[in-house]
Design a protein around this ligand. Structure first.
Ligand SMILES: C[S@@+](CC[C@H](N)C(=O)[O-])C[C@H]1O[C@@H](n2cnc3c(N)ncnc32)[C@H](O)[C@@H]1O
Length: 233
């Protein structure tokens, strides 16, 4: 199989990158539909919040990393930014609905010069990269000093009752819905992939170590999603 393993161990390194790319190529056709259904449409508001937290001047150049089908690129354009999307899945890029220029590239080795962009967004891909340290180093390299980052991903609520409800929803209902509408293995992998993410405070510390100031973490919708922001030092 080309996608991530449905059960057993989670892949790492180059094996993970290959499987993740294969998985998104395979599910690209119904990715947007499943996203809306699975998050009950809340993903739209989460992306809007991420773009709002950039707080850059109009016309700023923003790279949307792991842009997928272009949702964040569209939000960036609507907010008056110049967006550029980067993703390694050709399947996702081919289905993108955005006027932003799109580039097929690995976000761990961006075809951008040092300090080339004013800001970076990244939606729901922190779990998917082979190395968060390498991603954060690449963010530091391509964002100009004073530029901003806004990184979104799924999360686990801290409140015990919410966490239990979220566990049932994310762990059982999402794989069922995703399986019915798209690819069973991919949507069984989705809840398991949360295990790749370090706890929130650790993510904040990692971004600080990577060279970002004023790093903040916002829990969205009771902690079902998280947004990390920071300013390039
Ligand atoms: C869950 S989708 C998110 C898409 C989009 N950002 C959104 O908000 O809907 C994750 C995306 O990350 C991309 N991706 C994962 N690892 C990547 C990497 N190393 N380089 C480029 N794209 C990557 C996948 O191809 C996929 O399109």
């Amino acid at each position: 199989m080309s996608g991530p393993l449905p059960g057993g161990r989670l892949p790492h390194g180059e094996d993970k990158a290959r499987r993740v790319r294969g998985m998104f190529d395979a599910i690209a056709g119904r990715y947007d539909l499943v996203n809306r259904v699975m998050t009950l449409g809340m993903d739209v508001g989460w992306r809007r919040r991420a773009v709002r937290e950039l707080r850059l001047p109009g016309g700023a150049l923003v790279a949307d990393l792991a842009c997928g089908t272009g949702d964040l690129c569209r939000e960036l354009a609507a907010a008056g930014y110049r967006a550029r999307g980067f993703d390694f899945s050709l399947g996702m890029l081919e289905r993108a609905r955005t006027d932003a220029p799109l580039v097929q590239a690995d976000v761990l080795a961006l075809p951008l010069a040092d300090g080339a962009v004013d800001g970076v967004t990244c939606g729901f891909a922190l779990r998917n990269v082979a190395s968060l340290e390498e991603l954060f180093a690449e963010l530091r390299r391509v964002v100009r000093p004073g530029g901003r980052i806004a990184l979104l991903d799924a999360s686990t609520p801290e409140n015990r009752a919410l966490r239990a409800g979220h566990g049932v929803y994310f762990g059982r209902i999402v794989p069922l819905v995703g399986g019915a509408l798209s690819d069973r293995d991919a949507y069984r992998y989705l809840p398991r992939s949360l295990a790749y993410l370090p706890p929130g405070p650790e993510l904040v510390a990692m971004l600080g170590t990577a060279g970002f100031d004023d790093v903040e973490r916002f829990a969205l919708t009771g902690g079902a999603a998280q947004l990390l922001t920071g300013t390039r030092g």
